[in-house]
Design a protein around this ligand. Structure first.
Ligand SMILES: CC(C)(COP(=O)(O)OP(=O)(O)OC[C@H]1O[C@@H](n2cnc3c(N)ncnc32)[C@H](O)[C@@H]1OP(=O)(O)O)[C@@H](O)C(=O)NCCC(=O)NCCS
Length: 179
């Protein structure tokens, strides 16, 4: 039987959970992210506590956690670029290998997208490493398409990433799994 998957916004006390998931994602899929495992391991535990507290209550940035049978098994970040373009982004998406292909990634992206839409976003952006073809197919299947923007990846010299976008429709507010 497939495990049941649920998504909830991070709580203020979950800094240790955030650190565990973030380091697991950077260890398992280093090619996918703009941060390195070394960066995350060097960061003080208190910085994850501060991030969790901020992401639990901010109106411009949040983290959502995936649970399988109550155990943390994935995450996604979301933010609105208030300093610059006002564009909304999802980022740092990761699902533990043991629970992939069960729509956990889709639940996470939809929860983050609904939250961004509730905060006023009409378009959701995501930077995808060009070599990460799995993530590109995943996002395309969710309706993300090209913006034409590309850039070098901050954490990986010589690697490029591409900006995708999904327009937020009204029905997205009612998408399944976005509670
Ligand atoms: C991308 C990722 C989050 C998808 O998570 P997931 O829970 O498996 O996603 P879902 O079950 O919601 O959707 C899976 C769909 O994505 C695509 N997909 C996922 N893995 C794939 C693979 N290895 N090959 C091809 N397509 C794949 C397919 O469309 C797939 O549909 P299917 O399961 O019916 O074949 C997960 O593979 C992951 O964490 N990868 C490593 C980190 C990463 O790349 N993050 C994205 C950073 S931009």
């Amino acid at each position: 039987m497939s495990p049941s998957l649920t998504v909830r916004r991070i709580a203020a006390h979950q800094g240790a959970v955030l650190r565990e998931l973030r380091t697991a994602s950077l260890r398992e899929a280093p090619y996918a992210f703009d941060e390195t495992l070394e960066d995350a391991l060097l960061a003080e535990a208190s910085s994850f506590d501060e991030t969790a507290a901020h992401h639990a209550s901010s109106s411009s940035t949040a983290t959502f956690l995936l649970y399988t049978e109550g155990h943390p098994a994935g995450l996604v970040g979301a933010f609105i670029d208030e300093a610059g373009t006002q564009r909304a982004f999802v980022h740092s998406l990761w699902v533990a290998p043991a629970v992939r292909h069960l729509r956990g990634g889709e639940l996470l992206v939809n929860a983050a997208s609904q939250w961004l839409a509730d905060e006023g976003a009409t378009e959701i952006h995501a930077w995808i490493a060009d070599e990460n073809r799995t993530a590109k197919r995943f996002y395309e299947r969710l309706g993300f398409g090209p913006t034409g923007d590309r850039r070098m990846m901050p954490a990986h010299a010589e690697e490029w990433e591409t900006l995708l976008v999904r327009h937020v429709h009204n029905e997205e507010q009612d998408a399944p799994g976005t509670a």
